[in-house]
Ligand binder design. Structure first.
Ligand code: HEC
Length: 140
């Protein structure tokens, strides 16, 4: 390899690494901003607090039956996964996925679908609002 080729290779690789770094930075910035937007939307939709909601899903054992991103520990498959819940069209397959319907479902699923297999967990309406806020931060 002559000197010219070698220096071309060195500068070429340096330029490539630089481009990858810049691209990665822009992508990370974009993700951080869109996460923040999703959170703000979830709060505006429900009036709940997503962080508190996440803690409440742990207190009421929701993950015993559902896969819920962000919850640590084992997760059950008795109920459907709650991944990307913000993009879900129906709650329980029966009513449109609106904040009111979701909060009502979490508090008392059988008030929406009497045949639902999901039990009443004892969570209050106010607490359900926070859980709904958390579920609406979950995007595809
Ligand atoms: C004993 C198991 C069990 C527990 C505990 C449980 N669920 Fe469920 N959940 C289910 C089942 C089963 C379904 C599906 C029922 C149906 O579609 O009628 C369901 C459905 C749902 C749905 C609708 C899913 C969809 O696809 O639209 C949501 C939202 C939900 N559960 C949230 C929660 C939350 C939040 C908690 C904790 C407060 C919780 N669940 C606790 C079993 C459970």
């Amino acid at each position: 390899m002559n000197r010219r080729t070698r220096s071309l290779l060195v500068w070429g690789s340096a330029a490539l690494v630089l481009l990858l770094l810049i691209g990665g930075g822009i992508y990370t910035g974009y993700r951080v901003k869109s996460d923040r937007d999703a959170r703000a939307r979830a709060v505006a939709l429900t009036g709940g607090d997503p962080d508190l909601g996440l803690r409440l899903t742990q207190r009421y054992g929701c993950a015993g039956c559902h896969i819920i991103p962000g919850v640590s520990g084992p997760q059950g498959r008795v109920g459907p996964t709650l991944q990307a819940y913000a993009a879900r069209i129906y709650v329980g397959g029966v009513v449109p996925n609106s904040p009111d319907n979701l909060i009502r479902w979490i508090e008392n699923p059988r008030s929406i679908d009497p045949r639902s297999a999901m039990p009443v967990t004892g969570i209050t309406r106010d607490e359900a609002r926070h859980v709904a806020a958390y579920l609406y931060t979950l995007r595809p």
